[in-house]
Write a protein that binds this ligand. Sequence first.
Ligand code: SF4
Length: 310
Amino acid sequence: MAAESEVLDAKKVVEYFEIGCRTVLNRTRPGLPFAWSINPYRGCEFGCRYCYARYTHEFMELRESEEFEKRIFAKSGVAEALRRDLKKLRAGEGVAIGTATDPYQPAERRYGRTRAMLEVFAEGGGREIAVTTKSDLVKRDAALLAEIGKRNSVSVNITITTLDAGLARLLEPKAPRPELRLGAVEALAKAGVVVGVFANPVMPLITDQEAKLDRLAKAARDRGAEWFGGGTLFLQPCARRVFFPFVAQHYPHLLRRYEERFGESAYLRGAYADAIRERVAAIRERYGLRGGPERRRPEPGTVSAQPWLF
Ligand code: SF4
């Protein structure tokens, strides 16, 4: 009898591994605002339904959709690798931290790989560094980021797709709730770190409504964000395999439209994309927010341990 019982709930266990790395700086595709990216972890426990980075586990012969969230790899020797890699940077080339996995996911609390790399950036000056996260753990490093910002151009992008905590729980099951992310915006701004909010990805008929985006931008501005942006959802096959079942379960009336639109292309182009761009721009103007961080240089007279690169 017991052997035939139905499973009511299976505890999801996350496993952590260490993975060696020869380099930590990766070249981005031409045309992106940053020439280099850093991802201190592989896999991401936050498990966002729309995540486009699941394919990265395919390269490691892991099943992308489940194992991306459950098997997290922390890169080892990151500080030494970064010191070596920084010699490759040319003038004007910026570094984006957290392009494929969240640098402040729960593993960071234990392994501190993101912090280890920030400490390397703190040794020098003249760099352009942007951090993107949806975790309030970034508050832990507020003083360090402010310190780095004295001799470098540093910005933090906090991703908040919705202020609705229930919807956020469904969309981003293990990410900190929206209010905690706004708290991170406030803490960073108070520490003197330049910070903004991106509502990425803006999801058609789920998070794209004018009133919802407006409320989000206002909340971000009130907590100290300097910019606000929102790019539309894109769904490559690895993301579609997770996102479509989510839509089928929670928004069944939208499934056909999603399948049709994303059946044509991974990207939303044309009138819809234009309308969202205009909507976000109008909201930004309403609250006096910029579209992104300004490039800042250190105060004159600050000492740089490394030569200026731009
Ligand atoms: S936080 Fe980013 S990397 Fe992590 S699951 Fe969500 S979208 Fe993917």
